[in-house]
Design a protein. Structure first.
Length: 138
């Protein structure tokens, strides 16, 4: 397992964003791209009504430890349907720990960060998991 420094990881995300075509970046509105060490209970959809350990135990399968990224917000399609309140930005989170566990070299991690950023931006633009998988961004 290759471990990146926080600065390396952050820089890889910046490079992935810099590599995006300008028309995609210009279309982003009120979206923050951040990183975290690991997914939290919030990222797994825990609503706070029960103890987090109980929520984990209630699942038939353990929570996966390979969630690379997450788009938390409304896609452009959903925004167009109405009801969008732009007070709080939508957030794309890229997770450092899962990238380090799933890929064995710096080069692989950097490449997968790029794919993760594209995948999560795809959700922002309204693409489904199936559509992203068909495009090679599983």
């Amino acid at each position: 397992m290759y471990r990146m420094t926080d600065k390396e990881f952050e820089r890889a995300i910046e490079e992935a964003l810099d590599a995006m075509p300008d028309q995609f970046l210009e279309a982003l509105e009120n979206v923050a791209v951040v990183w975290a060490d690991e997914p939290s209970a919030y990222h797994w959809g825990w609503d706070g009504d029960e103890n987090w350990e109980d929520a984990e135990d209630a699942e038939d399968e353990p929570l996966p430890d390979d969630l690379l990224g997450l788009f938390d917000g409304l896609s452009l399609v959903e925004r167009a349907e109405g009801g969008y309140d732009d007070d709080i930005p939508d957030v794309i989170t890229v997770f450092k720990g899962p990238h380090e566990r799933c890929f064995s070299s710096r080069e692989e991690i950097v490449e997968e960060i790029g794919k993760t950023v594209i995948h999560e931006l795809g959700h922002y633009f309204g693409l489904s998991e199936d559509q992203l998988a068909a495009m090679g961004y599983e």
